[in-house]
Design a protein. Sequence first.
Lengths: 145, 151
Amino acid sequence: MKAAFSSPRNAVLSVALGALLGFSLSRIGFTDYTQLHRMFTFVELRMMLVFAGAVVIAGALLFALRKARPLPPRPFQKRVVVGGVLFGVGWAIAGACPGAAFAQLGEGKVWAFATLFGVALGTSVADRVLAARPSAVESPADVCA
Amino acid sequence: MSTTHWPWWLGALALGSVAALVPLLLRRGFGVSGLVRTALLGERPEALARVPAALFLVGITGGAAISALAFGAPRGLDPTWTAFFGDGPLALTALVAGGALVGAGTRVAGGCTSGHGLSGTARLQPGSLAATVSFFGTAVVVSFVLAWVLV
């Protein structure tokens, strides 16, 4: 599985699938704080339906692929809740999940550089904190994050 | 307004497809926060190498650029957002601090909206369900606090 990671085929596919994701995030409105805020305050349920529908569709497709492309289990751990709460605060304040921050930049929202700087900073700091706790780093939650 | 945005079913089809196409074609789990970490901090044995990870992020940026050029997208700070944080030093602080919480939180949780919210939840993984309830629920609470307290 590791051998093909840096192949030209993978490079092209990485750009193409990333572009499909970025285009979609923009057209859906996940890059738009007003849309996001209206979802989180239940004023407008469209984007919540987008997500629920995507989970169902992904579930069906990944179930069909489960033998050919098995993905690692994600067992319950305290850290997924701790991290989830931190992420939730950040998402509601900065108005972006990691993918949406890159999509915002692509849309010409230059201020998204500030968000991305924060994301890089937070990722690096948390990585160091976790590295100081080997038991946490070795946990299965790191697989295919 | 959402008139220029996709209807929910089209968005669901697109995101659901990406979550399956990534493992099908790239032979890895779908997760943007993991790609950010790989691109930023180097390789992990399980993950894409640094270059393809960065290329995926470049792709996200480019795809959104095509969307904005073809259909338009606001460039300035969002009016709902500036009502909460203004457009001065507080705004910059909110973006960097909020981004840092996104980065740290997704690193600690081992995934974000894509890895846990979409890919893991779609496979009914307990850790992903707990992470998704945590980040979505927290974002709901913080959004209501912002709407009630700051305005």
